[in-house]
Design a protein. Structure first.
Length: 207
């Protein structure tokens, strides 16, 4: 389902006309029609937030991102204070090589029950057995106490690029383990590895 189809479906479920929804968001009915028809692809973030509020869902659901443990949007009685914005700071590699882009990509609203200091888009398939797919969003906390077997965002290499891996320690070595049998572990000296966060939640992109 596209974003436009989702908007139209939610609007019709609530019995709202194009004009009524437009009034709630502060735009004309022609703009709502263009959103629903996919004629406006890059929607402003403030309009996304207002649309989500008017339709009784989260911006997360409206834009096609779903909690892997939930199949439906949050109910209308969930208030705005139940969610908070988490900055998306770029892309992290889940593949053969380190991939990292330090590019602010707006905010993502999540439930306050989930701890996260920032989020990163994922790229690659090396963590699929941990339920992390290419194109998901990984949420992390700035936790630097290593617990063997936990998944961390790790920076290494001359370019300080980041990967998402299970981390293990052995003497003065750090083992970065993929969750895909096709990928060999990466073994590095501790001094060459820097943890930048621990994974707390994954949000899957809607298919």
């Amino acid at each position: 389902m596209t974003v436009g189809e989702r908007i139209k479906d939610l609007r019709e479920q609530q019995g709202l006309t194009l004009e009524e929804l437009g009034n709630k968001v502060g735009v004309g009915k022609s703009t709502v029609r263009k959103w629903e028809n996919g004629m406006i692809e890059n929607m402003r973030r403030d309009k996304i937030a207002k649309l989500a509020d008017a339709l009784g869902v989260t911006p997360l659901y409206l834009m096609g991102w779903e909690d892997k443990n939930k199949e439906h949007p949050l109910p209308r009685n969930i208030s705005v204070p139940a969610a908070y914005p988490v900055p998306i700071l770029g892309t992290i590699g889940c593949g053969e090589g380190p991939i990292g882009e330090q590019n602010f990509d707006g905010f993502f609203y999540i439930d306050r029950a989930i701890r996260a200091d920032y989020a990163l888009h994922t790229k690659g398939d090396s963590m699929i057995d941990a339920g992390i797919q290419d194109g998901d969003i990984a949420f992390l906390v700035a936790d630097f106490d290593v617990v063997d077997g936990q998944i961390y965002a790790v920076v290494f290499g001359a370019d300080d690029e980041a990967v998402l891996k299970k981390v293990y320690r052995s003497g003065n070595k750090v083992i970065l383990q993929s969750c895909n049998s096709e990928y060999a572990p990466i073994i590095l000296d501790q001094v060459d590895v820097r943890l930048i966060g621990k994974l707390t939640w994954i949000c899957h992109k809607a298919q």
